[in-house]
Design a protein around this ligand. Structure first.
Ligand SMILES: Nc1ncnc2c1ncn2[C@@H]1O[C@H](COP(=O)(O)OP(=O)(O)O)[C@@H](O)[C@H]1O
Ligand SMILES: [Mg+2]
Length: 500
């Protein structure tokens, strides 16, 4: 085995002082998270170590033999960039050999022969050390000593080797950190866009009231209770409050609390320690810990058990949590937004929900209007969802024929906006290549309850229509409808049998 391209340096030759220096270098380097600042520091340390005054760091580029000067000290740019300079020659040598190159005495070294640098700048010694990352040379640190400064020694070289190994790891760390920061910033803007106020559609006075209240509570930490039927936009509001408020950079965590077993919900919310119950094979962080600093959205809060109710109360009172089976307490700072489609006041009156918890949750209450109460918003919502689904499929936006529009405006909407959104998405698919959506493309479950048609009838209708549009291509039909090919074959057979 050759030892040239390993990143583990030999430190056995180093003096105690050098080892000590190495430890402080490692500490400094791992604390710098900005790539350029880090390289600056690396060069500084390199110069100090060998008492040199001139040096630079180059990084390899995408092209073969491409070298980019990232930082330099006391060197004219022309000198650093000139490939004929001896400095460049030994830089290349260290890259090729993947090891440190030491020129002890430049005046007698053949690599410096006839060089103007030696004459003009009186270079006495030089050293070039490759930065090697996972077997790949990614750059070189170069320093030289000039005038009557001392000559470099073999110990200098050993130190350099060890020190650049740290430097390379620290640099990789900094670059990754930087990438993650960029990525995070990008995702942050994406999420903020997706959960902006503009994504909540409605101009009806009942919605204006919601917006007005939201703006008032946006910048506070106040606990909010969202009440309203299912599909009225409670979660949408919870997210908008988070992503437009001061906690936007911290996590938004949502937990559905309806019909979950008590043990499961408890361990989700508060975490558990290893061995707390059968199956708790390791410690687990609870969602309250994960949401620390951010917002916790507790959905369908009416359904939680008395035990969890009392634990929640404790958090709301003093922010203290304790993992299931654990003894340590921890304080968390979490804004709580909860939601329920049941009337919580009734739940309290009927003894199913603690009144003290209700008062804590209901500091501010926002009531989401049902879609029936704001029918005048239906055309606007349709427009919004048409744009959304054509955007998803990369198509031009479809239009709704007047009869279809009328049908949607007259419909009762038990499932509210969610149901409307689904109906539009379905209609966009069912209308196929037509630029318009007709009343026939709309499938509204109410028709089923009128006794004329069953859900099975609708299933058949959708499948047949899709199959027709896709010219009998079953694989595509299954894909478009989100079912398995097996399911499709099974149904088609079933229907055929019934027809016979
Ligand atoms: N006012 C609205 N504007 C646009 N989309 C909405 C609106 N209200 C609800 N939606 C959409 O309807 C669906 C259900 O909303 P959600 O917030 O989950 O309702 P809830 O939590 O009250 O059940 C989501 O896809 C959401 O984007
Ligand atoms: Mg919901």
């Amino acid at each position: 085995m050759q030892e040239t391209n390993t990143v583990v340096p030999t430190v056995s030759n180093l003096s105690p002082e050098s080892l000590q220096a190495l430890v402080s270098v490692a500490q400094v380097l791992t604390s710098i998270l900005d790539g350029d600042a880090l390289l600056q520091k690396v060069l500084e340390i390199a110069l100090e170590t060998v008492n040199a005054e001139t040096g630079f760091i180059v990084l390899t580029g995408k092209e073969d033999n491409e070298l980019n000067v990232r930082v330099s000290h006391n060197l004219a740019t022309s000198e650093v960039d000139d490939p004929l300079q001896p400095s460049r020659r030994i830089v290349s040598q260290s890259l090729e050999e993947r090891k440190a190159v030491l020129v002890h005495d430049a005046r007698t070294d053949p690599r410096f022969e006839g060089s103007e640098s030696v004459v003009m700048h009186q270079i006495t010694s030089a050293i070039a050390v490759p930065l090697i990352l996972q077997d790949d040379p990614v750059g070189v640190v170069y320093v030289d000593s000039r005038g009557d400064r001392g000559k470099f020694t073999d110990e200098n070289k050993d130190f350099f080797n060890a020190f650049t190994a740290f430097a390379t790891l620290a640099y990789q760390n900094a670059v990754r950190f930087d990438q993650l920061q960029d990525e995070k910033a990008y995702l942050q803007t994406e999420v903020e866009k997706a959960y902006g106020f503009t994504e909540i559609v409605g101009v009806h006075p009942a919605m204006n009231e919601v917006f007005l209240l939201m703006r008032k509570i946006l910048h506070s930490d106040i606990t909010v209770l969202l009440q309203g039927e299912s599909g009225t936009g409670k979660e949408l509001v919870a997210r908008a409050l988070h992503y437009n408020g001061p906690r936007r950079e911290k996590p938004f965590v949502a937990q559905f609390c309806g019909n979950l077993s008590e043990t499961l919900l408890e361990s989700e919310l508060f975490g558990h320690v290893r061995g707390a119950f059968t199956g708790a094979v390791s410690d687990k962080k609870g969602l309250f810990e994960i949401a620390d600093g951010g917002t916790f959205f507790l959905d369908e809060i009416a359904d939680i058990s008395p035990t969890i109710q009392s634990k929640l109360l404790r958090i709301l009172q003093d922010g203290i949590i304790r993992r299931v089976g654990g003894t340590d307490s921890k304080t968390v700072d979490v804004r709580i937004v909860s939601a329920s489609n049941k009337n919580l006041e009734t739940e309290v009156e009927e003894g199913r929900f603690r009144d003290d918890l209700y008062y804590r949750l209901n500091v501010i209450s926002v009531r989401m209007p049902s879609l029936r109460e704001r029918r005048s918003d239906i055309p606007l919502l349709i427009k919004h969802f048409l744009a959304k689904s054509s955007h998803k499929q990369g198509e031009i936006e479809k239009k709704l024929l007047p009869e279809a529009m009328r049908r949607l405006e007259d419909y009762d909407w038990p499932g509210n906006v969610r149901e409307l959104e689904n109906a539009i998405e379905r209609a966009v698919v069912l209308s196929g290549d037509n630029p318009t959506i007709t009343a026939d493309d709309l499938i509204l479950p109410q028709d089923a309850s009128s006794g004329r048609k069953t859900l099975r009838d609708y299933e058949k209708e959708i499948v047949t229509k899709t199959l027709d549009e896709l010219e009998g291509n079953k694989t595509r039909t299954a894909e478009v409808l989100g079912v398995s090919l097996r399911w499709l074959h099974y149904r088609l057979n079933e229907w055929k049998k019934l027809e016979q």
